[in-house]
Design a protein around this ligand. Sequence first.
Ligand code: ATP
Ligand code: MG
Length: 364
Amino acid sequence: MAEVILTNVRKTYGAVVAVEDLSLSIADHEFVVFVGPSGCGKSTTLRMIAGLEDTTRGTISIGSRVVNGLQPKDRDIAMVFQNYALYQHMSVYDNLAFGLRNRRVPAAQIDAAVRHAARTLSIETLLERRPRQLSGGQQQRVALGRCIVRNPKVFLFDEPLSNLDAQLRGQMRLEIKELRQRVPTTSVFVTHDQVEAMTLGDRIVVMKDGLMQQVGSPLELYRRPVNRFVASFIGSPAMNFFDVHVTAVPMGFRLSADGIDLELPQRRFAGLGAHAGRAVTIGVRPQHLRLGCTQVDQVGLSGQVMVTEQLGDEQVLAVRVGAGDIRVAGIDPELSLPTGTRINVAVPMDNLHLFDAASGVAIR
Ligand SMILES: Nc1ncnc2c1ncn2[C@@H]1O[C@H](COP(=O)(O)OP(=O)(O)OP(=O)(O)O)[C@@H](O)[C@H]1O
Ligand SMILES: [Mg+2]
């Protein structure tokens, strides 16, 4: 069993709070992704689990053993970094064998572990090469191989794919997923890329300014973001937001702003009651908007096409609604929509998100 448990973990560098009061239980064999913008504390968290940084406060345990006082080498973890950190003067074989030789593992056992890892990652034919004779993706596989030969309790990944081009990143994502099935291991993966987070994580932890914002499965975060920050970070193109003023009307609420006038029923949006007379932020994903007039359980916006982006399988529009622009995705690529075209956009009520305009907290 190798669950990883963080309890009230805090890390400060002088006056800088890198991680604030983080508590999280990662189950045995679970794959957890930390995601958030630059400087939010992802690497610091990972490095504390690895033992490369002390915690200022709180405890970290791996496999029911508190590891705060243990050296990295005694924590039974293996780490992959963005820059791979392969030994350039050694062959791939020796790179893979290095950690085990350091531990004075018998040569026959090392050879078996290296060949097993090479087979798992399809790099058997590259064992005699030097790292500089490999493509970026192959180097990344060697870096993963170094982790596999160690057979650790926990894999830690810090942006391991960010040096690769987009196509290779997609391919390595799949390889990491396949690797999970072949070598199930508790894993913590750090990235600033929400697509990597969504596709790899059993659960995702969204961080901002050292604070955990939300933890949940990819779909939970996509469907029920707890605040505007999570809503804006997960999903691409990003969620549209616009601020409106709330007034109570018979049977419901009117949400209005320049060029926007929506009426929502009381029974489905009871949480708005506490916000009557105030401002709220509406959020709606570009993929959830439809061209055309509103039908049952929809509300409508109207605006003017400003820009169209042709992606081949769809178009994405920027539409001026009142004083702001919203994006509408999933538009038929054949549809001709010159700049200035007036269009109606229908918004399904099920896909409306509402946030307190001041705090950004979701209104349920
Ligand atoms: N050794 C250090 N000394 C002082 N401040 C540090 C140190 N390491 C990190 N920090 C600060 O701690 C905060 C969190 O840094 P961290 O490296 O964890 O961010 P990150 O989320 O990994 O960002 P990125 O996506 O850019 O890698 C930042 O404000 C950073 O400047
Ligand atoms: Mg980092």
